[in-house]
Design a protein around this ligand. Structure first.
Ligand SMILES: NC(=O)C1=CN([C@@H]2O[C@H](COP(=O)(O)OP(=O)(O)OC[C@H]3O[C@@H](n4cnc5c(N)ncnc54)[C@H](O)[C@@H]3O)[C@@H](O)[C@H]2O)C=CC1
Ligand SMILES: CC(=O)C(=O)O
Length: 326
């Protein structure tokens, strides 16, 4: 190393990685493109029950490669998951306008039952990254079907919702969302909650920040920000039929945290015991690195938040029970 070069601040330098994506619809294909643009990935394998769709996406992505990062993209079979550091699961039905994520549970559980054993057969050491909805229920299902440790079955959870929340708070105060530290926890769905008691901007809680910047601070405004966040997918799907860019960025962020062995605390969903509710997958800030995701703590919450997260956990557990997922 020359005396003018500095050791990388990254704990681990990136090694060329293969990422497989099962289900190359709106979410899978957009994620492939986002990963391609990221420059982190050497090789992306596209797998879909609809071969034509996978081939079409492969051709289109390959035309971007010479102008972007030369990531290799190819259409594959499950056997091509063999070298995948991470297998992203985005296969299955998406919501129709007005439909809840939970309403997809029975249909998508059947699809997951088909996909996961095939992946595990060829990639027993990989990390599963689940996007298919309802993501918490299907993260639990994937954990059971794979026999993997909880750390290697990661649901995208409320990482996207937390980003939406930070965006909406930033917009309310007319500052960059980068400056906002706030999160959504619980279900990626209707029972999620914003952890207002822990939200900060520049180290100040929102009441202090509002007072210091002479801006309005009231429960009604916070509730509107929350509703806008929780209902974002409904509002997008009503207009364009699906969501894809936000989740693609969230999945890419999780892949990055794994490949760079960051140890970042991201609101992803993994199986564990949360707030006294056992055996459920939901999101709290969770440590993500090379060996997967680890639930290292429950956030300390106020009484109302505590009640809400328990209800969210109970709702996810009940959905798992109804699918026979003990
Ligand atoms: N976790 C999150 O934050 C988000 C999750 N989603 C979820 O992602 C899933 C995919 O959504 P879209 O891409 O919009 O749907 P889409 O309908 O555009 O694509 C789904 C793809 O899955 C494929 N597929 C279906 N069964 C399969 C199987 N057995 N094996 C392999 N591939 C299979 C289909 O051929 C299709 O190409 C949905 O469940 C949706 O709700 C969507 C956005 C955000
Ligand atoms: C569809 C979905 O889960 C989302 O965009 O949040």
């Amino acid at each position: 190393m020359s005396k003018y070069s500095q050791k990388s601040i990254l704990k681990t330098d990136l090694r060329p990685a293969t990422i497989a994506i099962v289900g190359v619809g709106s979410v899978g294909a957009t994620t492939a493109y986002t990963l391609q643009l990221s420059g982190m990935i050497a090789d992306i394998v596209l797998i879909d029950i609809n071969k034509d769709k996978a081939e079409g996406e492969y051709m289109d992505l390959n035309h971007a490669a010479p102008m972007t990062t030369e990531t290799q993209v190819r259409v594959g079979e499950y056997s091509d998951c063999v070298d995948a550091a991470i297998v992203i699961i985005a296969g299955g039905a998406n919501q129709k306008p007005g439909q809840t994520r939970m309403e997809l549970a029975a249909k998508n559980a059947k699809i997951i039952e088909e996909i996961i054993p095939n992946v595990v057969k060829y990639a027993p050491d990989t990390i599963l990254l689940i996007a298919t909805n309802p993501v918490d229920v299907l993260t639990y299902a994937s954990y059971k079907l794979s026999g993997f440790p909880t750390s290697r079955v990661i649901g995208s959870g409320t990482l996207l919702d937390s980003t939406r929340l930070r965006c909406n708070i930033g917009r309310y105060y007319n500052i960059s969302s980068d400056s906002v530290d706030a999160c959504i926890i619980g279900e990626h769905g209707d029972s999620e909650l914003a952890v207002w008691s822990r939200a900060t901007i520049a180290g100040m809680n929102l009441a202090e920040f509002s007072a210091a910047t002479k801006q309005e601070y009231d429960k009604e405004s916070l509730h509107k920000i929350f509703e806008h966040t929780r209902d974002a997918a409904y509002n997008i799907i009503k207009r364009k039929g699906y969501t894809a860019y936000g989740i693609a960025a969230a999945l890419t962020r999780i892949v990055e945290a794994v490949l760079r062995d960051e140890g970042s605390l991201l609101t992803v969903s993994i199986v564990g015991d949360y707030y006294g509710i056992k055996n459920v997958a939901l999101s709290v800030p969770t440590k993500v690195g090379r060996d997967g995701a680890h639930h290292i703590m429950d956030l300390t919450l106020n009484e109302k938040e505590n009640e809400e997260v328990k209800n969210s956990a109970k709702k996810i557990r009940a959905a798992c029970d109804s699918l026979g997922l003990k």
